[in-house]
Design a binder for this molecule. Structure first.
Ligand code: HEC
Length: 109
């Protein structure tokens, strides 16, 4: 291989891994769009209760308001997927990508 070909391969590898990382982490900007359907019941800019708990700073709290569990990604997504107590279940309503993006967005609050 010529030097320029090595370079092209190296660039492709880096670009590929950056993309994979972005996918696994979710896209907060897209997650914000997904959140529009949640904002009827949840404040994003305060912890004040609307229909459900305000979600600002949720990941910094010791416990989730609803379940009393630690706000890990798994516990938060569990609540979003299963719902309950006035919270709709989103398991079937959101795609895997939408869930990843939503989670990334919630982490920015
Ligand atoms: C119809 C109103 C409604 C909608 C729409 C709604 N939620 Fe909820 N949500 C609630 C209620 C009520 C609770 C509290 C449930 C409980 O106490 O068990 C809740 C709880 C939660 C919790 C747990 C918060 C905590 O601190 O315990 C999260 C996270 C959450 N919702 C995220 C979302 C997301 C993301 C969406 C949109 C995909 C959404 N909700 C849509 C009403 C709603």
């Amino acid at each position: 291989m010529k030097k320029s070909q090595y370079l092209a391969v190296a660039i492709a590898l880096v670009a590929g891994s950056v993309q994979a990382y972005a996918q696994s982490k979710g896209d907060a900007a897209k997650g914000k769009e997904v959140f529009e359907q949640c904002s009827v019941c949840h404040n994003a800019d305060s912890a004040e209760k609307k229909m459900g708990p305000g979600l600002k700073g949720m990941f910094k709290k010791a416990k989730m308001d609803s379940t009393g569990k630690a706000p890990t990604d798994a516990n938060v997504m569990g609540k979003i997927e299963e719902g309950g107590n006035g919270m709709p279940a989103y398991k079937e309503m959101l795609s895997a990508d939408e869930k990843a993006n939503l989670l990334a967005y919630l982490h920015t609050l």
